[in-house]
Design a protein around this ligand. Structure first.
Ligand code: C2O
Ligand code: CU
Length: 488
């Protein structure tokens, strides 16, 4: 059915994508990789910086022929990279210039629930939302995207996504590659399905309702990108910004690279690997070494670990080209990958105030579907909890918790693999597996305004695989979500 799709029906709204399953070698790599601009800011009250982010619609020329109708932040597709330092007070004017309600959530950020940009902080068309908070976490690659209940997938897919980089002194002192756009490269990796008129197809979930999986890969909005390398070491800040697709990143010559940071910031020490899995919403900072004059491609490989070879439509089955790196004939560099990076997560020995278990199955968590007015539980400020997350049906899921970074204590009772030993806010939860996550709550309490936890396969989230918790101060009890917010 080449490029077209057919409705499978059955009330599931399941469509089957034209299956061009192997895209490696199909891509020309003839567009220079776009690098999102850094967001500008204006001085605000009390030494704060104010960023203005306009959410708008536009048109983007991704390929030959018609332009694609897209959404973007301060532009037609994607948004600028927000950068701020630990300790800094940031403020935003989030202006909704679209014709429908949306929101902007700061994924991975530790901040008051009312500033989180989740489904209770929607912005009406024409409205402006003005969150502000003090950055109180270590350097990390975070990101922002919409979070309207039931429409997070569509709104994110259309392009309202950007990076939010937190900097701090400890990370600056390390001499990692850090010149933005030169040897420190943001890479927002997204799959997209285009129809014959070059428009995004939003409704092509594969069998099993993973949601939309496209067969063309954009990096920072560039289809078939190349990047001209000028330094011997390059840091890539990888974001899996896809709605459902999983990536198993690696290079075409199987070279090793160093994983230096995960969702919440630096690992204790670099991990050398030649493959790295990322599920939707997860980030990784890797450092790659290049030789003068060489060309090598970043790809996503079928995953032996997660059944990519089994023929299941699980998003790990495809061999995909992502980006070509073309090294100059002479490479300058004075950066290095230090043997010691940050502090390891330290929650394993803490007293556990509460254990909870979360079973992911059939678009529900613990057999409950998300309800805007139901707070599922409250956690106590200053305490450490252990959440045990299991995937109890055949589909792939992952698990994301707002407000905190967590430590993966065990996977099926075993020590987690090296790429799960740093701070995480999103973790892939493969079928049948059991993950124990430790997290410390506190800093901001509000008995009435919840944070979310959910599967970050956005179709699952929109279908209800999400719940809400509040962080309680001393003596506080779980309250009630205030009636619909309108920040216009
Ligand atoms: Cu990236 Cu609750 O989301
Ligand atoms: Cu899921």
């Amino acid at each position: 059915i080449g490029g077209a799709f057919a409705l499978a029906g059955g009330g599931l709204g399941v469509y089957y994508a034209a299956a061009k399953r192997d895209t490696a070698g199909r891509i020309g790599f003839d567009s220079a990789l776009a690098v999102p601009p850094l967001a500008g800011s204006a001085p605000g009250e009390a030494g704060s910086r104010v960023f203005t982010l306009g959410l708008r619609s536009g048109e983007t020329a991704f390929k030959e022929g018609a332009a694609t109708r897209t959404w973007g932040v301060n532009g037609a597709y994607l948004g600028p990279t927000v950068r701020a330092r630990r300790g800094e007070e940031v403020a935003f004017a989030v202006r909704n210039e679209l014709d429908q309600e949306t929101s902007l959530h700061w994924h991975g950020m530790h901040l008051p629930a009312a500033m989180d940009g989740g489904p209770h902080q929607t912005v009406a068309p024409g409205g402006t939302w003005e969150p502000r908070w003090r950055i109180d976490q270590q350097a990390a690659t975070l990101w922002y995207h919409p979070h309207v209940h039931g429409a997070t997938g569509d709104h994110t897919y259309r392009g309202l996504t950007g990076l939010f980089i937190v900097d701090d002194d400890a990370t600056d002192a390390l001499n990692l590659p850090s010149e933005y756009g030169v040897d420190d490269i943001p890479m927002i990796v997204q799959d997209r399905a285009f129809d014959r008129d070059n428009q995004f197809e939003e409704r092509i979930p594969l069998a099993g309702s993973l949601g939309v999986i496209g067969d063309e890969i954009l990096v920072n909005g560039t289809l078939g990108p190349y990047f001209d390398v000028t330094t011997g070491l390059v840091r890539l800040r990888l974001l899996n910004g896809s709605n459902a697709r999983l990536y198993n990143f690696g290079f075409s010559d199987d070279r090793a690279f160093s994983l230096v940071a995960t969702d919440g910031g630096l690992l204790a020490e670099p991990w050398e690997t030649d493959r790295l899995h990322l599920s939707p919403g997860e980030r990784a900072e890797i450092v790659v070494a290049f030789e003068p004059g060489e060309t090598v491609d970043l790809r996503s490989y079928p995953s032996p670990e997660y059944g990519g070879a089994s023929g299941r439509l699980d998003g790990f089955a495809d061999l995909l080209d992502i980006c070509r790196f073309r090294a100059a004939d002479t490479l300058s560099d004075d950066t290095e990958v230090p043997a010691v990076l940050g502090a390891a997560p330290d929650l394993a020995a803490e007293a556990v105030a509460q254990e909870r278990s979360f079973v992911l199955a059939s678009d529900r968590i613990n057999d409950r579907s998300m309800a805007m007015d139901r707070i599922d539980f409250g956690v106590r400020e200053g305490t450490v909890e252990v959440w045990e997350v299991t995937n109890d049906n055949g589909y792939l899921h992952n698990f994301h918790v707002h407000d905190v970074q967590f430590q993966v204590l065990t996977v099926d009772g075993e020590t987690p693999p090296p790429h799960l030993r740093g701070w995480k806010d999103t973790v892939m939860v493969a079928q049948g597996r059991r993950y124990r996550l430790a997290m410390r709550f506190g800093g901001h309490t509000d008995p009435n305004m919840p944070y979310m936890y959910h599967c970050h396969l956005l179709q699952h989230e929109d279908d209800g695989m999400m719940g809400q918790f509040v962080v309680l101060g001393e003596g506080e009890e779980v309250g009630a979500v205030p009636a619909a917010h309108d920040h216009a």
